[in-house]
Unconditional design. Structure first.
Length: 554
């Protein structure tokens, strides 16, 4: 173990002891139950302090730093031992001072307990090797080691029992918000949250955005100012082709972003399966001190034996996942897709059972907004449709997906990067509602944009680059979204200018003139019908999905 790791464990021990001297004993019962009689603590002085605190509690004496110091001194004098293992009275007050907030205590308790388990396991293995070296029976030694590893140093439990705690003995505490927006909480720490939307709306880009913010300590909220590790479990996307370039574009500290996979004993990689792999996930969060876990998409991580459309079965995976978040203090963010229905209720549009909206404490909907006012703000809207622990009337946020160029050792990678642009009263439900109803004014605008597009291309020999069209259209008062919507109406095709050339928008000048004079253009068929997305061939044989004005966010 490195010196940095040892220092981190010692710090965790100090936080736990400080919390035990500061908090109401009734709120620390679970912490006491998880620690093994003080043996989990690495430093001898910390073990002494822990045992003194527990005994003072048992005697109904408040274990404040002065009371603990007095008892430690009395014991040292009585035992004539080295006084306090070098401990000073100021060390106890310093321990109270380093407690970040009580909501984070379970995370530090788990860290101390895990370190104690590892230390005892190493000691058991070292003792086993020594015994075998002295001629002890190998089978007997192996049996003893198995017992140690099975117990992991924890006292045996006799079974289930009831516990009653009166409400007037529980001190109320405010919600710890991992993400705040102008002082209002959006994502709580220690809870499961969900980001949902149709394909291409940017929900995965949001997962990468929040990962980057946490890794840099830039997310407004409880993690701000302290860069924290984040785990990313991606089921669909390639790490080297998609996720790493997008993390770079998002400004993430990649040394604090870890790919989370599950492997078997033969090192074969298998899919993350919940709740089968819950223990592996929780142990990893605890060991790394991760503040964020992103699972993209969440449904794909459910065990294959579970029916994703049956609430009871889905809750078998999501309820324990929410428990992991609560115990570790981490944010677990799931990415989800909308189903194919045409409704406007975001909660009802989430694919799968109602548990996907019931279990998370925060749910966000994402949508493209093709309205004129939205274009300048990025053309996308994020609405918080559920906020169980905070305000449920927070304004929607507008955002865009900007094209970013990332240089790699093997060439240039073009990716999308999410950026928030402001607030709006328009919700995702409004966007879905307006997109499902015909708008006569919008039809007129589309016809005007189609006429302009035909004239522009005809005047440029029948073809032009999308970027030149966008620039000229903006100068004449047409937005990018207007031109894309008018493209099919104008009979424009996306084609390669040559085998190795760039993509262009192309129109048949004869057909264009005929339509302007009252004729019609045959319906597009086959490959020429691709207007909003085209496949860009990469030199390594892989492909990336592109829209005519930049990468499509997933």
């Amino acid at each position: 173990m490195s010196t940095a790791d040892e220092d981190e464990i010692v710090h965790a021990e100090r936080v736990v002891l400080g919390a035990l001297m500061y908090a109401d004993p009734t709120t620390m019962v679970d912490a006491i139950a998880r620690l093994d009689q003080g043996a989990d603590f690495r430093l001898p002085s910390h073990r002494v302090i822990y045992r003194v605190i527990v005994e003072l509690w048992a005697a109904d004496v408040p274990p404040d730093p002065s009371a603990v110091w007095a008892e430690v001194g009395r014991r040292a004098a009585a035992d004539r031992a080295t006084p306090h293992h070098g401990l000073q009275s100021t060390d106890l007050t310093d321990m109270v001072a380093v407690v970040p907030n009580l909501a984070m205590v379970p995370y530090y308790v788990a860290k101390v307990a895990a370190a104690g388990d590892r230390r005892r396991t190493a000691e058991a293995l070292a003792l086993a090797a020594e015994r075998i070296g002295k001629g002890a029976d190998v089978d007997q030694v192996a049996g003893d080691v198995v017992k140690v590893l099975a117990s992991r140093g924890r006292p045996a439990r006799s079974g289930r029992r009831a516990r009653v705690t009166w409400a007037d003995t529980i001190d109320p505490e405010p919600v710890v918000w991992a993400w705040t927006d102008e002082g209002e909480g959006r994502i709580p720490a220690g809870a499961l949250s969900l980001a949902a939307g149709r394909e291409g709306t940017g929900k995965s880009s949001f997962g990468l955005w929040i990962t980057a913010q946490v890794s840099r300590g830039l997310l407004p909220g409880s993690f701000y100012g302290t860069p924290r590790p984040a785990l990313y479990a991606a089921v669909e996307d390639s790490w080297k082709h998609t996720l790493v370039p997008r993390l770079i574009a998002a400004g993430a500290d990649r040394s604090k972003v870890a790919r989370f996979d599950v492997v078997q004993d033969d090192d074969a990689e298998v899919a993350l399966s919940l709740p089968v792999d819950n223990d592996l996930l929780e142990e990893t969060i605890t060991d790394l001190g991760a503040a964020l876990v992103v699972i993209d998409p969440l449904m794909s991580a459910l065990d294959a034996t579970l029916d994703s459309h049956r609430t009871r079965e889905v809750r078998r995976a999501l309820d324990p996942l929410a428990g992991i978040a609560d115990r570790t203090g981490a944010v677990i963010l799931g990415i989800a897709h909308f189903n194919k229905s045409s409704g406007t209720d975001v909660a009802q549009l989430i694919t799968g059972s109602g548990a996907f909206k019931d279990v998370p404490r925060a749910v966000f909907g994402f949508a493209r907004d093709d309205s004129e006012d939205a274009s300048a703000a990025g053309g996308r809207v994020m609405t918080q449709v559920k906020n169980s622990l905070g305000r449920d009337d927070l304004p929607s946020l507008t955002y865009g997906i900007a094209s970013a160029v990332v240089e790699t050792g093997r060439g240039t990678s073009h990716v999308g990067r999410l950026h928030f642009t402001g607030r709006t009263d328009r919700t995702v439900a409004d966007v879905l509602s307006s997109s499902s109803a015909p708008d006569p004014d919008a039809e007129a605008d589309r016809a005007e944009a189609a006429d302009w597009l035909r004239d522009y291309l005809t005047g440029h020999g029948g073809e032009a680059s999308p970027r030149d069209i966008e620039k000229a259209g903006r100068a004449d008062g047409f937005s990018t979204d207007q031109l894309k919507r008018a493209k099919r109406k104008a009979g424009v095709r996306s084609e390669k200018s040559s085998m190795a050339g760039p993509w262009v928008w192309r129109i048949d000048v004869t057909d264009s003139n005929r339509q302007r004079s009252g004729g019609s253009i045959p319906e597009e068929r086959g490959d020429e019908a691709r207007t909003e997305g085209s496949t860009c061939a990469a030199s390594n044989g892989d492909h990336a999905e592109w829209s005519v004005f930049g990468p499509v966010a997933s």
